[in-house]
Write a protein that binds this ligand. Structure first.
Ligand SMILES: NC(=O)c1ccc[n+]([C@@H]2O[C@H](COP(=O)([O-])OP(=O)(O)OC[C@H]3O[C@@H](n4cnc5c(N)ncnc54)[C@H](OP(=O)(O)O)[C@@H]3O)[C@@H](O)[C@H]2O)c1
Length: 325
């Protein structure tokens, strides 16, 4: 099979397309012929080995896993003797975060608990946009309390992988939604259904203006006390990711500040990658048409480095999908 691999940390230039033996599923493993994948900011983090602290889990000097790619959607090719939920021919989807990655390949093999059934009405490409990005968006809009109709939700970083799902989910929950992005992507964020769009190069959402019931920050930077000013009493600020300093602050300072007042600040530490209930809920929304992945471009397996370069350069609007023939 063809697969994208790397033997060291680095830029997309270290990636190679190579021939590897097709894995043989053992025990409770499911072998899947991958039809589609998509790229995520996390793929870039694993590729480059940054922030450095994450290498404690991924391999200090060289990456423990040579494959790359988290989102996988495809058809079951073979199953190990211990598999009970799937049979060859079933269409499935998974986040391979906890299963060695390797979705940028013609075949992926992972325990059956990694996989969720894909509804027939959802294409492989659409399903492949869901595992990382839409789950982060869904789980970032929950925790402690649900979003109520009429709540005002701000999505900081509304134009990338996670943001477009967050905008659409918050709208589906009945919220008034403000998206924050760069000027060239404002029309794109409006097209997702955002009621208001803020250009972060000319306006600081926290400085003045409306107050929000919920802020999902995809790219936290600076002091965690700044977004606190933009929260209404009882409001929540959730950082999904960002600079190392901002993430550590959201974790440490955020918890302390939350104890002292009615506003809650924190990091999305309740993230459950590949949670099958959440995956099934999002797939059902895709099938019902209440959620539509914003797919900007499609790439072949050989073009994975190009897709990652586009994401790294901040050019992508929505998802970049890898279609595997
Ligand atoms: N918490 C967890 O457990 C967990 C797990 C996996 C991943 N993550 C994190 O989740 C995040 C996923 O983000 P993503 O995939 O959506 O990233 P992305 O596709 O790279 O999108 C980044 C977004 O941030 C915006 N942005 C850039 N600079 C900004 C600024 N100064 N102010 C406001 N917005 C700005 C971009 O807008 P423009 O493009 O318009 O400039 C874009 O909308 C990453 O930080 C990742 O590390 C967290």
């Amino acid at each position: 099979m063809q697969a994208i691999v790397r033997s060291r940390y680095g830029s997309p230039d270290v990636l190679r397309l190579v021939d590897l033996p097709v894995p043989v599923p053992v025990g409770d493993e499911v072998l899947v012929r991958v039809h589609a994948s998509s790229v995520n900011r996390a793929d870039l983090d694993y590729l480059t080995g940054t922030p450095f602290l994450t290498r404690m889990g991924t391999g200090l000097r060289t990456p423990r896993h040579h494959g790359l790619g988290l989102d996988a959607a495809g058809v079951v090719e073979a199953v190990g003797p211990g598999v009970t939920r799937f049979a060859p021919g079933d269409a499935v989807v998974a986040d391979l975060f906890a299963f060695g990655q390797g979705a940028f390949a013609e075949y992926a093999c992972a325990p059956e608990r990694a996989w969720t059934a894909k509804p027939a009405g959802v294409s492989f490409e659409a399903a492949a946009t869901i595992p990382q990005a839409a789950l982060l968006a869904l789980q970032g809009l929950r925790g402690g309390r649900d979003i109520k109709p009429g709540d005002h939700v701000l999505v900081n970083g509304a134009s990338g992988n996670v943001g477009p799902f967050a905008v659409q989910l918050a709208k589906a929950f009945g919220a008034e939604v403000t998206g924050v992005c760069s000027p060239s992507k404002m029309d794109f964020v409006r097209s997702l259904g955002a009621d208001h769009v803020i250009d972060y190069t000319s306006e600081d959402y926290a400085a003045s203006g409306p107050r929000y019931d919920w802020i999902l920050d995809v790219m936290a930077r600076g002091s965690v006390l700044r977004p606190r000013r933009a929260l209404r009493p009882g409001g929540r600020y959730v950082a999904a990711g960002g600079t190392t300093g901002a993430v550590l602050q959201a974790m440490a300072v955020g918890s302390l500040v939350s104890l002292a007042g009615s506003r809650t600040l924190g990091l999305l530490i309740w993230w459950k990658p590949g949670n099958r209930d959440d995956m099934a809920r999002l797939l059902a929304m895709l099938e019902a048409g209440t959620l539509t992945p914003a797919i900007e471009h499609r790439y072949s397996l050989a073009e994975v480095p190009d897709a990652l370069r586009r994401l790294e350069a901040g050019l992508a609007r929505g998802k970049l999908v890898i279609t595997i023939q």
